[in-house]
Design a protein around this ligand. Structure first.
Ligand code: MG
Length: 408
């Protein structure tokens, strides 16, 4: 709260200047800086600076290794521009990169971090929480599921971990059942699961189902590794457990295969953490290949793009359960989208061994309370990085929001 007050007076002055009928003087982007962090996975943090002291902060993930040169390349579309034209800046950078990979992967993930920073900045500039700029909120709090990193009756600490998750108040839990080191796996490359492997998978699901309260939902992830035979068999055998969803039982790049699995079972199939932009989700939805989609909001194109993907899914009556493995900054950014879309189901939070890193990463402390995130009323994303805590996870040898040196 005290930290928030420190930047409020200059912010208020900027808002005054920017909300006059003619918006004079306009905000102008002056710099774009980056930092790289290793939390659960690899994250790229982007800060966008303006001539009026307002700074926006965004986060991208997974496909962002090597994203810093890309963000530096985006500078020519950003510096000198009005940051409030978020979608226009996004579209210009996206279409400028069609020969540089702007359909997916690193390019879109790096652009995502920029887009989220622009929304944070826009919210701060007009004095509104980001969800307000995305159409307003449908709900005051966002339901979070815990990706538990616990699943085995053979793990002596499992019961204790499950109790901890239950005590934290989560109403939904996810487990992984793909296991490259299963001793009953007979080939190091091929992913056709043996009968014994499938029995092991069902044993894990049964153990978790019995260990969790009956009203807690259980989701299961197969990480898109297995072949069609295995995907169909697991989905079928899991039917009695009434899963919240089965995630990527087959690789996601063949939409027809995903649809075949979906049509073979009553287990809801969830897919999409490695799809990008609306274009990546179009075929999945048109072919009715997933019951639930799971865009990664820090990767697939950002906040407005995720809203557009969710809206497209809504026309097919498909709910959205976003993938999320980022810091509280990115997680809160996801929450603003989740609050604004009608078809939100549940948002991921991945268990992290360094719980202290999660709890101290932003000045506001742990944003998840009793399994939910309450949307802040503060301008922008509503969370500010705690530099001291966050830097403990800095990728060694990488810059920490250092001013960009202009090339001669
Ligand atoms: Mg997954």
């Amino acid at each position: 709260m005290a930290a928030g007050l420190l930047w409020l007076p200059p912010l208020a002055a900027a808002v005054q200047a920017n909300t006059s009928p003619y918006r004079r003087p306009k905000l102008k982007i002056t710099d774009v800086r980056t930092a790289e962090v290793r939390g659960h996975g690899y994250q790229l943090h982007v800060r966008i600076y303006t001539d009026q002291g307002i700074v926006g902060h965004g986060e991208g993930t997974d496909a962002v290794q090597g994203g810093v040169p890309l963000v530096n390349g985006f500078r020519r579309f950003l510096v000198g521009q009005d940051p409030l034209n978020v979608d226009s800046l996004f579209e210009r950078i996206r279409t400028a990169g069609i020969f540089a990979g702007a359909q997916a992967g690193q390019y879109v993930s790096a652009l995502t971090a920029v887009e989220i920073a622009l929304w944070d900045l826009a919210g701060k500039a007009v004095g509104l929480p980001v969800y307000q700029l995305l159409g307003g909120k449908m709900r005051d709090r966002v339901r979070i599921y815990c990706d538990s990193q616990t699943n085995s009756p053979d793990d002596p600490t499992a019961k204790q971990k499950i109790q901890q998750i239950t005590d934290l108040g989560f109403t939904a839990v996810k487990i992984d059942i793909d296991d490259a080191r299963d001793p009953m796996r007979w080939d190091p490359v091929n992913w056709t699961a043996s009968n014994a492997e499938i029995d092991n998978m069902m044993r894990k699901i049964a153990f978790m189902r019995e260990s969790l309260p009956k009203r807690t939902d259980l989701a299961v992830d197969m990480h898109g590794r297995y072949d069609m035979t295995t995907g169909k068999r697991v989905a079928k055998e899991a039917e009695p457990f009434k899963l919240l969803f089965l995630e990527e039982p087959v690789p996601a790049e063949n939409v027809d295969a995903m649809r075949d699995v979906r049509e073979s079972t009553t287990t809801p199939i969830c897919c999409g953490e490695n799809l990008f932009l609306r274009h990546g989700f179009r075929e999945l939805l048109e072919k009715r290949a997933a019951d639930i989609i799971m865009p990664d909001i820090q990767k697939c194109g950002g906040l407005l793009e995720s809203r557009k993907i969710a809206d497209m899914a809504h026309t097919y009556y498909v709910p959205v359960a976003p993938h999320c493995v980022v810091s509280p900054i990115g997680t809160m950014a996801s929450c603003h989208v989740c609050a604004a879309i009608p078809n939100f189901l549940v948002l991921e939070w991945h268990w992290i061994q360094r719980l202290e890193l999660w709890r101290n990463f932003v000045k506001e402390g742990d944003i998840i309370q009793k399994g939910f995130v309450t949307l802040p009323e503060r301008p922008g994303l509503g969370v500010e990085m705690n530099e001291e805590a966050a830097r403990k996870a800095q990728v060694p040898g990488t810059p920490w929001f250092e001013p960009t040196k202009e090339r001669a």
